[in-house]
Structure formats: structure tokens, C-alpha cells
Design a binder for this molecule. Sequence first.
Ligand code: AMP
Length: 225
Amino acid sequence: MRLILLGCPGAGKGTQAKLISQRYHIPQISTGDILRTAIQQGTALGKKVKEIVESGHLVPDAVVIQLVQERLEQSDCQNGFLLDGFPRTVEQSEALQHLASIDYVIDIDVPEEEIINRLSGRRIHPASGRIYHIQNNPPRVAGRDDVTGDPLIQRPDDREETIRKRLQVYQDQTRPLKEYYQHYKGNNGSPVPRYVKIDGAGTVDEISNKIFSILDKDKCKETIK
Ligand code: AMP
């Protein structure tokens, strides 16, 4: 199962990606997580992208394409993977066609008005990537991770002015991908990914159940084959 999760920042991609990855035993490849880890560790890549990521702009296509290419070559991707936050431009999706064929593009659709509230209330546990929301999904103890008790943090790019920038970048550069995948006809006979739009309003479970009901049918078909 090779999947792409599309959706604007705050649509719930990261949360859903974790659930999908657990259910179908496929690795979650989040370019945002890879970049944030590089920034935290102060690697050469991290230093190069820190300012770009924290200001809400997109990292150059060539940088993320190379990251994804290297990640997809690892053995745990042989039976499938879930791309979360990649591709984000038409150029990235064209590059992806040369790296792997994709079965599903799952587009989580959330009205923009809801996004600012969702993102500005988001808190994360950096070591595990667990995601909370101060109102919708609060930790048991305020400001602390449920499992380890570590302090939660707000991502630097989840502040309101940066969120507005990220939404603008999404509108300009990533939104065209919806159209791209809705009308994509394949390349040299390669399989055409199925584009599925999911209404992202509702609880985490409601949304994951909608996604699972589509992907489970596919899993069933695979088992019968
Ligand atoms: P995310 O966690 O997916 O919201 O990504 C956080 C930030 O990392 C984005 O705002 C970009 O600065 C950068 N980033 C993540 N994925 C990509 C990508 N596919 N292309 C360019 N920049 C990216």
C-alpha cells in the first residue's frame, strides 16, 4: 500500500498518518518531521533549512526530493509507505513519479476558518511526535505528554502569523496538486493513483474510520488475490 496524504497545514495529516501507519504496518514518511529532526540535531541540512521552515516557507524542491528518494530506498518501504507532507508542489509530484508508483492520494479537506484554531492550539511531544490540542485533544496533565510526562512544545511555525504564511504558501503551491491528482492520467502505463477526498471535519476517530473503510476494502482485495 503506497499512499500520499494531502491537505492543508492543520488538516490532521500527521495524526491520521500515525493511525494509518500502525493499522497497515507501513512507515510514515513525514518530510516535516525529517526536517525538524535535522534542525534539532543541528546537522548541515538542519542549518540550511532552519530559517525557511520556521518562517513557514517551503524548502527547495531539490532538497526534499533527495530526502524522499533516500528514504524510499530503505528496506522498510518495500511493502508500502505513507507520504505525509510530500509532495507539496507539482514539481515534487512529477519527481515522485520516477521514484515510486502510488495507489492512493487521500486528500483531507478542512475549511480554512477552522485551521487557525486547530494549529494555534496544537502542542507536540518532540521525541515521539505525539500530537495534542489544548481544547480538542488535551493531554491528561496540562502541558505534559501522556506517556512520558515530558513537557509539550508549540512548534515555532504554529504561531499565528506563521500559520497565515503557511496557509498562503499552501494556496499558492500545494493546492494545485488536488487538481493535478484528480485529473492525473498516469505516465507510461504506470498505475494511476486513486484520488479520494475525505471530509476532515469531525473527531479523529470519525475521520480515521472513513479512511480505513476505503483502505480496508483494498486490503481485502489483496488477500483474496
Ligand atoms: P509539515 O510538518 O508537513 O507541516 O512541514 C513543516 C515545514 O517543513 C513546512 O512548512 C516546510 O517549511 C517544510 N516542508 C515539509 N515538507 C516539505 C515539502 N514537501 N516541500 C517543501 N518544504 C517542506
